[in-house]
Ligand binder design. Structure first.
Ligand SMILES: [Zn+2]
Length: 140
């Protein structure tokens, strides 16, 4: 029987691949397939639960997952309440000053950090796992 997976843990290989987050944190992660997410979002993280749209739960080693896993680490460090207060507080403050949902979302410090760390991780993957040695201006 081949039932579709709607929920899974990270596999050993993924825990090794996503080396930008501590393996102790990754071991607790649960990926959950959902079709109920804010428009334009492919993923959303609450605590150790990473909600992914459609079949993205089957994707391995994507920058999307790398990004969401940074949020899992942030949740682990701050606790759920502190994360949500920091996240939503920054969003509301940004919305007040920027008057634009997308700009306000992008400027949330927890999002800035997740994008930066996921980009660094993706760059490292392209470099064959070697750290550092980023090439600015490289197109691929
Ligand atoms: Zn994010």
């Amino acid at each position: 029987m081949n039932t579709p997976t709607n929920r899974r843990s990270l596999e050993r290989g993924e825990i090794d691949t996503f080396n930008h987050v501590a393996s102790g944190v990754l071991g607790r992660v649960r990926l959950v397939k959902t079709n109920i997410l804010p428009p334009a979002a492919d993923g959303m993280t609450i605590g150790r639960f990473v909600f992914l749209r459609g079949d993205r739960i089957q994707d391995r080693s994507t920058t999307l997952l790398a990004h969401e896993l940074v949020h899992v680490r942030q949740f682990a460090e701050l606790g759920v309440m502190k994360f949500l207060i920091a996240y939503l507080g920054a969003y509301v403050k940004n919305l007040y000053s920027l008057r634009n949902h997308h700009a306000a979302y992008l400027a949330i410090p927890l999002e800035v950090e997740a994008r930066r760390e996921a980009a660094r991780w993706a760059q490292q993957q392209r470099n064959g796992g070697r750290d550092g040695a980023t090439v600015d201006g490289a197109s691929h």
